[in-house]
Design a protein around this ligand. Structure first.
Ligand SMILES: NC(=O)c1ccc[n+]([C@@H]2O[C@H](COP(=O)([O-])OP(=O)(O)OC[C@H]3O[C@@H](n4cnc5c(N)ncnc54)[C@H](O)[C@@H]3O)[C@@H](O)[C@H]2O)c1
Length: 327
């Protein structure tokens, strides 16, 4: 049995952001049209080390792909100079069940999380959106900006992070990488007031900006909060937004941004307009007016990893990337 091993750099070369965004639209469409087997992810708490390891398998029947991601979120890592998230993806041949590849999942996670927001921005933001505010200058914050820039004519970006040093490094790196003015905001309001698109990719448990600063017509991608207790988006913003989610079952189990307003009795499940895949598949409309606020809330779904890993595998075979190992 031969498997292909792919590094972070192989993943990056195999699947550029623009392509990853189209792959995500396909993955979400399969998820929302009964063409995906996706059990709720298994969460293994590692309390002694302030971490959690998640096991995320899925089968996409239209793509005919099986994979599982093992992803760890260890809260003490950033203080040790390590990434908050480490991940690995194992691809299984859908026809035989034989292991086919092992690849970096850390960059793949950032890529597919950015690409999901890119797909949501493409389907929900105003066509003329040209300014972005990013909250959280970490790994996800980087691919959020890259993805939004891939689908809209962005001319200026703002970044806000509770660590001004991280924000400054982000502004320098991303400005150079995307040939874009990226400015550091001293306060959340400075970033949000002029923004057409807002991305929240923080580890915060409390809302990261004030509702009063959000202009009509703004599109928001909220990817950070992933437990029922965590909230990045103010309740008032959720209440006035057209809300789109990645996966109904997962959101109703994990998305504090939606569960907290529900627990407060301020909205019901019917406030959720659609899954992103229903819009990607043409079953439901996206934005209906230039003035409305749209919100894409994502907690992350295994179909994203499986679709991205499948596309990486295919390109890697074609491009001769990675190392083949006989087991
Ligand atoms: N939705 C998904 O599919 C998905 C996928 C991967 C990660 N995530 C989540 O996204 C979040 C960010 O992940 P990451 O890998 O980029 O982490 P990271 O540690 O690299 O970056 C997070 C950044 O947020 C900053 N921050 C914390 N509170 C803030 C606040 N109130 N305002 C502004 N900045 C603040 C931190 O200083 C840090 O720079 C995590 O909660 C992670 O679990 C979601």
């Amino acid at each position: 049995m031969v498997i292909r091993i792919l590094s972070r750099e192989d993943v990056r070369r195999a699947l550029p952001m623009r392509q990853a965004i189209e792959v995500m639209k396909g993955a979400f469409a399969q998820l929302s049209t009964g063409q995906a087997e996706v059990p709720l992810r298994l969460s293994l708490p590692v309390e002694q080390h302030n971490g959690v390891t998640l096991f995320m398998p899925a089968y996409l029947s239209a793509d005919d792909r099986v994979a599982v991601k093992i992803v760890s979120v260890f809260q003490d890592n950033p203080a040790k100079g390590l990434p908050l998230i480490h991940a690995l993806v194992v691809v299984v041949d859908a026809e035989t069940g034989a292991p086919a590849a092992v690849m970096d999942g850390t960059y793949l996670t950032a890529l597919r999380t950015g690409a999901a927001s890119g797909a949501a921005t493409d389907l929900l933001a105003r066509q003329d959106a040209c300014t972005v505010a990013v909250f959280g200058a970490g790994a996800q914050g980087r691919t959020q900006l890259e993805a939004v820039c891939a689908v809209r004519p962005i001319q200026e970006a703002w970044v806000y992070d509770v660590s001004p040093e991280r924000a400054a490094t982000y502004a320098e790196d991303m400005g150079e990488r995307l040939s874009l003015p990226v400015r550091v905001a001293d306060a959340p309001a400075e970033a949000v007031r002029g923004a057409d698109v807002i991305c929240t990719a923080t580890t915060s448990s409390r809302p990261v900006f004030a509702d009063a600063d959000v202009r009509p017509g703004t599109h928001i991608n909220a990817v950070g909060a992933y437990t029922p207790q965590m909230q990045e988006v103010p309740t008032e913003t959720v209440l006035r937004a057209r809300v789109v989610i990645d996966h109904r079952k997962a959101s109703l189990a994990e998305a504090g941004d939606l569960l907290i307003p529900m627990q407060q009795g301020r909205m019901g499940k019917d406030h959720i307009h659609a899954e992103l895949g229903e819009i990607a598949a043409g079953l439901k409309p996206g934005r209906v007016s230039p003035e409305e606020v749209t919100l894409f809330k994502s907690v992350g779904v295994a179909v994203q990893d499986v679709a991205a890993a499948g596309a990486v595998m295919e390109a890697a075979r074609r491009m001769g990337l990675g190392t083949e190992v006989a087991l």
